[in-house]
Design a protein around this ligand. Sequence first.
Ligand SMILES: C[S@@+](CC[C@H](N)C(=O)[O-])C[C@H]1O[C@@H](n2cnc3c(N)ncnc32)[C@H](O)[C@@H]1O
Length: 337
Amino acid sequence: MTTADKKRAPRNRTLTLDDTDRAMLRPLLLRPDAPLSDSELADRVICADLMEAIDLLPDRFVDLLILDPPYNLDKEFNGRRFSKRNDSEYADYLDSWLSGMPRLLKPGASVYLCCDWHCSGVCAQVLEKYFTLRNRIVWQREKGRAAKSNWKNCTEDIWFATCGDDYFFDAGAVRQKRRVLAPYRENGKPRDWEESDGGKFRLTAASNFWDDISIPYWSMPENTDHPTQKPEKLIAKLILASSRPGDLVFDPFSGSGTTAVAARKLGRRFAAVERDEEFCLWTLARLQNAVANPSIQGYSDGVFWERNTQREQQQSRLKPQTSSNSCSSRKEAKPSK
Ligand SMILES: C[S@@+](CC[C@H](N)C(=O)[O-])C[C@H]1O[C@@H](n2cnc3c(N)ncnc32)[C@H](O)[C@@H]1O
């Protein structure tokens, strides 16, 4: 059964495309066959195999690199299978494209590499060959499959690295609004917390453990049928902490385009490489929907809200961004039948 044949619940907001949508979006894809300049790349979805496209990319065009390659698992990406291999073979796979990345990055650029606990060690080793490791973020997935003879696996890792020591990091842009469990008062006044939005909240610095992320699900407008789609809220944190407005964010394993969409919503430029055409078209559709609905679930008023607070659930409004490849005539992703 193809994704198009799937029966959907009436309130299901998963993105769907029909053949008319595809025909309209396809010409907007970039399919490079000659070296590309910075301006040709900016805000484009590049439908290509990274291994072929990498030599066509210009030097030093990237401010922030977000890497979400296939993890070391058996996984099907719209008919193309990634097969689990031993650690040394997975390290060779990572090295085959990571070695090409330093040339693309500006001095002071930051790098994030997503992985799970199985391949986290190998990822750190290979990343450290080319960059300075700074931290490991662990984020909690709400979903996880129970195991009979092991702990349920419900976290993933993201390695943070930089090109050098002189890098940009904006801790103030990623603060979290958390519920206060023991609201302490001094002289009758709240100390470091406030009452708002149906609760008592404190603004806290973002740590390297994130428990406020919801995996996209069927009733969320950001949801697609991509098998390993990242949440916009998660990618928004990386972008806000490690780039300035107008910077270029590069994602060479773009999938359904979460990085491109979050970058656009947050006023950054992007370049996205993905080899599967259908995923590229979903990215273009999401980018167009982002013009009409530029909110990021769980992020509003410049702070990230704890999961399941009223504000986390709301589609908060951000200022719309304009872009060169937006198609304002596109309809909102329609609820499927
Ligand atoms: C883990 S997924 C990325 C998911 C993405 N972050 C999202 O939110 O949808 C990895 C993606 O890399 C793509 N991919 C794998 N090998 C590739 C290659 N050599 N060139 C371009 N894309 C590739 C796959 O098709 C898949 O969509």
